[in-house]
Design a protein around this ligand. Sequence first.
Ligand code: 3PG
Length: 208
Amino acid sequence: MIAEDLFDLAPVIPVVVLDDAGAAVPMARALVEGGLPVIEVTLRTPAALEAIERIAAEVPDAVVGAGTVAGAEDAERSAAAGARFLVSPGRTPRLQAAMVATGLPFLPGVATASEAMALLEDGITAMKFFPAEASGGAAFLKALAGPLPRIRFCPTGGVTPGNAADYLALGNVGCVGGSWLTPANVVRAGDWDRIRKLASEAAALRPA
Ligand code: 3PG
């Protein structure tokens, strides 16, 4: 799998912050059943790596990745846990080298034309646009399509059910990412029907 393949699997990548690894498998099943098989578990909680391990082992239809990959060690640990892709809020040369070394597809974060061009020089054409709304939103990406036509973005950060369609309508947007699919209180309550419904509404943003 290359990073661009992620874009073909689902229009929305749920960005998940999990406090309890025990919730990982039923949450992932609900997302997959709702039509969102690509799941980003952020490395922001002590439970994250175990959550990735459990989803990788027990939910074969999910494509689980690690998010908030901010250092070389994060990339290595995520790969060892079974992550199938990596997402970073930004990009440094060391981090990029570590992500390349895992052999996994990855989406490095950019927020300016120069950052995107630096990645293009290395042959990287799939990127996260972060923080999307604070960095100019859909209008910014639309403006980049002319000068940088080869790049496809996954905007994340401030993306909501209200603006996701505006991003997905752009030719240079492969998918969007967001945390609205898995609200902390809903996950804590184990309300998987609610997660399934949120996922199916998001999956319908770009009919298969
Ligand atoms: C993040 O890094 O938390 C993601 O960008 C999700 O942002 P959101 O909570 O605004 O969807």
